[in-house]
Write a protein that binds this ligand. Structure first.
Ligand code: 13P
Length: 251
């Protein structure tokens, strides 16, 4: 059976000191509890080594928010998948809409990033989702399908099984406009049907599909109650321990 996951994406927030404090708060608030989901925190690169060390004894896993599309070498400012893995991080967010929009990450670049993450035993949290204009034009299904086909449907079944998919409608990210649980369920079910067509029933049923976009402690329970919504990728509400833990406890 697939895992339920609540993952935080801190984005470009928190200094190292603040990040360590937040990690401690989350670890303290969840320790000894019988959680009904896995917990991941997606932290900035410079936090990775310290945060993984802090969480060595914890069940909370650590994710990077990006990795380079190259193996190594003269790429000033880049951080490779091997470097991320060497910190003890187990996951890597790839294809977030902010990376696609602000940093020009194409389907092909994302395909390279996913391949390199997998080669380094990182599980990609692969993000897909349509813009407001695309939804208004009724193109959301076609967009999500193209994003999967463009960057991850080239993978072997064994490789694909390592992925977590995050459906994040761009119009819901940071806007306070959440998809309704019906909209989320409809899209998650569509995504699962695409995975089924490509990789078959077992892999489709075992793939965790997270919802992201203004998910918070007030709406998480309703969203997570839907059969194909296996948890959330949380931005703003992952920056406060109380809010994040309340979302975790929605399961
Ligand atoms: P918000 O929860 O702040 O809308 O961000 C969602 C997101 O982009 C998570 O990756």
């Amino acid at each position: 059976m697939r895992k339920n996951i609540v993952a935080g994406n801190w984005k470009m927030n928190k200094t190292l000191t603040e990040g360590i404090a937040l990690t401690k708060e989350i670890a303290y608030a969840t320790s000894g509890k019988n959680l009904k989901c896995d917990v991941i925190i997606g932290v900035p690169f410079v936090h990775l080594a310290s945060v993984t060390e802090l969480l060595r004894e914890s069940s909370i896993k650590v994710s990077a928010q990006n990795c380079a599309d190259k193996v190594s070498g003269a790429y000033t400012g880049e951080v490779s998948a091997a470097m991320v893995a060497s910190t003890g991080a187990k996951y890597c967010i790839i294809g977030h809409s902010e990376r696609r929009t602000y940093y020009g990450e194409t389907y092909e670049i994302l395909k390279q990033k996913v391949a390199l993450a997998l080669e380094n035993n990182l599980k990609p949290i692969f993000c897909i989702g349509e813009t407001k204009e695309e939804r208004e034009a009724g193109n959301q299904n076609a967009i999500v399908k193209a994003q999967l086909e463009g960057s991850v449907f080239n993978l072997s079944p064994e490789e694909f099984k390592q992925l977590v998919i995050a459906y994040e409608p761009v119009w819901a990210i940071g806007t306070g406009l959440t998809a309704t649980s019906e909209q989320a369920q409809e899209m998650h079910s569509f995504i699962r049907s695409l995975i089924n067509e490509k990789y078959g029933d077992t892999i489709a049923n075992d793939t965790t599909i997270l919802y992201g976009g203004s998910c918070n402690s007030a709406n998480a329970k309703e969203l997570f109650s839907k059969p194909d919504v296996d948890g959330g990728l949380i931005g703003g509400a992952s920056l406060k321990a109380n809010d994040f833990v309340a979302i975790i406890e929605s399961f």
